[in-house]
Design a protein. Structure first.
Length: 190
C-alpha cells in the first residue's frame, strides 16, 4: 500500500497556503515586485516549491489578489441587479478603484497583457473584464455610456487612477468622478 500520494497532496496544499500567506504579507510590504525568494523564505520553502505552485510572478499575483477580485466580480452582479445602470457602473468603478489603490501592486498586476489582450476567464483580469462587460452593456443599452467605451477601457482607467493616486483612495475616487464625466452621458455624469 502506497501512502505517499495523499501525504504529498496534503503537504502540497499546506505549502501552497503558506506561500499565499507569505506572498500576501511580503507584497503588502514591498508591492507586486516583491522578491520571489523572500516570499519562499518567509513561507519556509525553497524557490523550486514556489515555482511548482506558481510558474510565474503573474500566476502568484493572480492567486494572491483572486479573492478580492472575486468579491468585486460578485459585487458587479449584485449592483447590476439592484441599481440603475449609471449607479451600478459608477459604484462598481469606485469600489474597483479604491481596492486597486489600496492594495499595493494590484493595479499593475491586473493590467492587460502587452498586446492589450484580456487574460483567461478565471484570472483576476479575466474576472474583472467579465464583471465590467455586464455593467458596460447595461449602461450602453440604457444610453448612459458612450458607445465606444469598452470594459477594458474602464479597467485600464481604474488602474491608471489607482497608480496615479499612489495608495490614496480618496484621491483615486475624486479622479474617477472627474474621468467619468468623459464617459458617462447625460446630466450629472457621475
Amino acid at each position: 500500500m502506497n501512502t505517499a500520494g495523499p501525504a504529498r497532496r496534503a503537504d502540497s496544499r499546506r505549502n501552497r497556503a503558506r506561500l499565499l500567506e507569505a506572498a500576501e504579507a511580503v507584497i503588502e510590504q514591498d508591492g507586486a515586485q516583491a522578491s520571489l525568494e523572500a516570499i519562499a523564505r518567509r513561507a519556509g520553502v525553497g524557490s523550486a516549491t514556489l515555482h511548482r505552485h506558481f510558474p510565474s510572478r503573474q500566476a502568484l499575483l493572480n492567486a494572491v489578489f483572486h479573492e478580492g477580485v472575486e468579491r468585486l466580480s460578485r459585487r458587479a452582479q449584485e449592483l447590476a441587479e439592484t441599481q440603475t445602470p449609471r449607479d451600478a457602473i459608477t459604484t462598481w468603478l469606485e469600489e474597483l478603484t479604491t481596492y486597486t489603490s489600496t492594495t499595493r501592486g494590484v493595479a499593475a498586476a491586473l493590467m492587460a497583457d502587452p498586446d492589450g489582450g484580456v487574460a483567461v476567464e478565471g484570472s483576476c483580469h479575466g474576472l474583472l473584464h467579465g464583471a465590467a462587460a455586464r455593467l458596460v452593456a447595461d449602461a450602453a443599452e440604457a444610453g448612459v455610456l458612450r458607445d465606444d467605451v469598452t470594459p477594458l477601457d474602464l479597467i485600464t482607467l481604474a488602474n491608471a487612477l489607482s497608480l496615479a493616486s499612489d495608495g490614496d483612495a480618496e484621491t483615486a475616487r475624486r479622479l474617477l468622478h472627474l474621468a467619468l464625466g468623459g464617459v458617462l452621458l447625460g446630466a450629472g455624469s457621475a
